[in-house]
Each structure stands twice: as C-alpha cells, then as structure tokens.
Design a protein around this ligand. Structure first.
Ligand code: ZN
Length: 442
C-alpha cells in the first residue's frame, strides 16, 4: 500500500502546557498517512514553495478541538429548553426527543446536519452519547466516518424503573447489556479505513441505571478494554440522589461499579470535592468540563483550576444540548469567564472578601489548552498538538477580522483574541487524520 503524503505551510499557535503559548512561525508540516512526520522552518526546506496547502498571511493553524461530551440526539433542541432543572428537563423535553430516534431515517437526517456543523466549528474529535437505539447509534458512527470526524460513539444504557420513563428505557439490565454489546459489535464492523470511530460504554448516569446494570457495564469495560463515559456530580439533585441511594459520593459509587477507569470521561463534575478529585486522578479518569451547560444545569461552577492543580485530566464538552452552543471554542471562552466569576463571586450583597473563591481564575492559554491537549490527555490519544508523532487533526483560523497582524499586538495578545472571539466564521479549514474535511466557502 502506498503512503499518502500532504505538506502544509503555516504559522502554528498552540499550547503544549496550560500556561505556555508556542508559536511556530512559517513552518512546513509533512503529514504521512495521517501522522505528523516532520515540522521544519519553511526557510530551511526548498519544498516549502510547493506545499500542497499554504495558509494566508492573517491565518494561523491550531490543533483540532476535542468535544469530550455531547448528546447527539439532543441536536434539534440546541438553544431551547433552559427553563427547567435537570431532572424535569430530562422528562419534559429530552427523553421525548431522544425516543424519536427509534426512527432511523429521522436520526440519519439529524446526523447529516450535526456532524458537518461540528466539523465546521473545528471539532475534530467528539465523544458522543447516542440514544437507547442501536440502529440510530450505528448510523451516527457511520455518519462520522462519512463526514470524516474522529469519534467515540456510545449507545446509552438506562434501565432504572424510577429514573427513566416506561416509554424510553431498557426493559431490564440484561437487555441493556445485550444491546450495548450488539452496538459495540456493529460499530466495530463498520468499514472505517482511517480508523476514525470507536464504541464507548455509556451508562447514562447513576439515577437512570440499576446497580445490576452499572456493575455489568463495569465488567464489560474490564473485559473489553473499551472506554467508559458517564455523568458525575453534575448538579445538586443528581449529586445528592447518588449519595442517598448508594451512601457514597458519585465518584466513589462509580468506582465501586468498576466504571472509574483509565480515560473514563466524567461529564460536568461541578460538585466534586478534593477526595473525589484524588480518586479520579488515581484511576486516570478525566473530567469533561461543560461550562455553558453548567450555567443552566450545574448549580455551581466547576473549579477547573483546582482540578488541574490536583493533577486531574480535564478537557471541554459542549454537552449539546445542555449547553446552548456547538462550539468548543465558545466553551473555552466560557470556561475562562466562569472561572473568573468563581474567583470574584456573584452576589453583590456579600462583602468582596467573602464573595468568591480566591485562586480560581484561568487565562486564555489554559482555556485553549483544555480544548486541545486537555481533551487528548483525558482520552489518552496522540492528539491536541501539532507535533511530530501525533495525528494531524488541525484547524485554520482567519484573524483578518478579529486580530489582524497590522494592529501592532504581539502574538500573545492576538491569541487571546482568537480564543475569545473566533467562531465558525473564522474557521477556514479543518483536517482530521490528515484529510481536509472543511474548506472555507468564501
Ligand atoms: Zn450530558
């Protein structure tokens, strides 16, 4: 088999550490079969003049964004339904919508709307919840392959007779386990020449699952080695529900069911304490911080700085449709805003000294790091940086409107503008596994 090569000439902006911006000025990147084979200064390589792709003067190349947590079937209600608290929102709006994915044609139409939109927002990797429907979930994995997005796709398991409605649940733990196995097999059998998609074990969250189901999915994770995703300490209701039912906190309960494993993706985590964070770190699991969703459903701000300082892997999630944006960059900006609000506090009746939590802020570099390297660390994948040996998942961003070079600002200042201001309009190209999957329409 002959190898496929591409060369890209660009200036790269990226964040190898949570506090460091790296600028690679005018480099030639050689990609072989999806992997970054070399990065050299363009001035040192005569081939730079004939690069396959050359970015414009006010464009930069950045690593692709990783969305660690979103619910694919909730795509149609993105931006609506934020008036209820989590448990009511699920029964009133969300479960009825998810139940519609029994209709695989409806599902297909949604996937063909959602996956290209996420790619156009720079999401090169996505960790998806599907619905309880195996055919719709397999169709989601197929859509990711066809549109060229790297993805982890999970059929949702949920069988609790009180935590789920009779018209949208697995009828028993055995049925949920068998359907999970069947979904995994179907996804693994798909023709996926670039190896873009993987199944992921997906117990919805403890309130929606019986103990028997949770334990059997823990056993399945051990047996298969597949990743696990679930929600953990999302809001007051869910957090306290788990304590009342199991007698322990969410993180500990998940651990006892065998679900707190290397690279388990724990969505939200706004109510985790220091002991929970220590356990998560010990197991090598990670948190999908979903700051926009948390505004509506979290009842608190996830203390991202505290989690990072505790050595926990943290990335970002849109939580479509708990969060009203499909953009990971918008969530990176919100993570910065939310952390600042946690630090300053929000209640003007309190004295400023009592109002916030000191030392909570994060800056634009950390926000961007969460969107890229942080997600790659949670998943333990060679992604998140444009670096030799990693996969070439990248996004080109136009700075012409938001941070043009002729205004006299240094790269560090213009990078902040990228993180806070760039949206789909600024994204001019997207590559996954070395393949260009989005081209600017201008
Ligand atoms: Zn969620």
């Amino acid at each position: 088999m002959s190898s496929e090569q591409t060369t890209i000439r660009a200036t790269v902006w990226q964040t190898p550490t949570p506090d460091g911006l790296e600028v690679l000025d005018d480099v030639l990147i050689r990609v072989v079969d999806g992997e970054i084979a070399s990065i050299v200064p363009a001035a040192d390589d005569p081939a730079a003049d004939d690069a396959d792709i050359e970015l414009g003067a006010d464009e930069v190349l950045v690593p692709g964004f990783i969305d660690l947590h979103l619910h694919a079937p909730q795509w149609p209600q993105l931006g609506t339904g934020y008036d209820l608290q989590l448990s009511e929102w699920l029964f009133e709006y969300t479960f009825p919508l998810e139940a519609r994915y029994e209709d695989v044609e409806f599902a297909q139409a949604m996937w063909d709307s959602m996956v290209p939109t996420l790619l156009a927002n720079g999401t090169t990797s996505a960790v998806y919840y599907g619905s309880i429907h195996t055919p719709a979930t397999t169709a989601l994995a197929q859509a990711c392959i066809e549109h060229g997005q790297r993805a982890w796709v999970g059929r949702v398991a949920m069988d609790h007779p009180e935590g789920t409605p009779g018209w949208y649940r697995d009828d028993s733990p055995q049925i949920a386990l068998a359907a999970t196995r069947e979904s995994i097999e179907q996804i693994q059998r798909l023709d996926d020449p670039l190896s873009l998609v993987n199944p992921i074990i997906t117990p919805r969250f403890i309130p929606a699952c019986t103990d028997e189901l949770l334990a059997s999915l823990g056993d399945l994770a051990e047996e298969s080695g597949l990743l696990v995703q679930t929600h953990c300490s999302e809001d007051d209701w869910e957090h306290h529900h788990v304590i009342e039912r199991t007698g322990v906190r969410d993180a500990t309960a998940l651990d006892r069911f065998g679900l707190m494993r290397q690279s388990t993706v724990l969505a939200h985590g706004g109510h985790l304490n220091v002991d929970d964070l220590a356990l998560i770190r010990e197991r090598g699991a990670g948190v999908a911080h979903c700051p926009l969703s948390n505004i509506y459903f979290g009842n608190a701000v996830f203390p991202a700085k505290m989690a990072l300082d505790a050595g926990v892997h943290v990335g970002l999630g849109t939580d479509v449709a708990g969060g009203p944006s499909a953009s990971i960059l918008a969530n990176a900006a919100q993570a910065i805003h939310s952390a600042r609000m946690l630090e300053e506090g929000v209640d003007p009746e309190l004295a400023s000294i009592d109002r916030g939590r000191a030392g909570s802020r994060i800056d634009a570099i950390t926000g961007f790091w969460l969107a890229t390297v942080g997600g790659a660390l949670v998943l333990d994948q060679p992604l998140g940086l444009i670096e030799v040996g990693r996969r070439f998942d990248a996004v080109s961003v136009s700075l012409a409107e938001i941070a043009p070079s002729d205004r006299g600002y240094a790269a560090e200042r213009r990078f902040e503008q990228l993180v806070r201001l760039a949206g789909q309009r600024e994204i001019t190209g997207v590559w996954v596994e070395g393949q260009q999957v989005v081209t600017a329409s201008t």
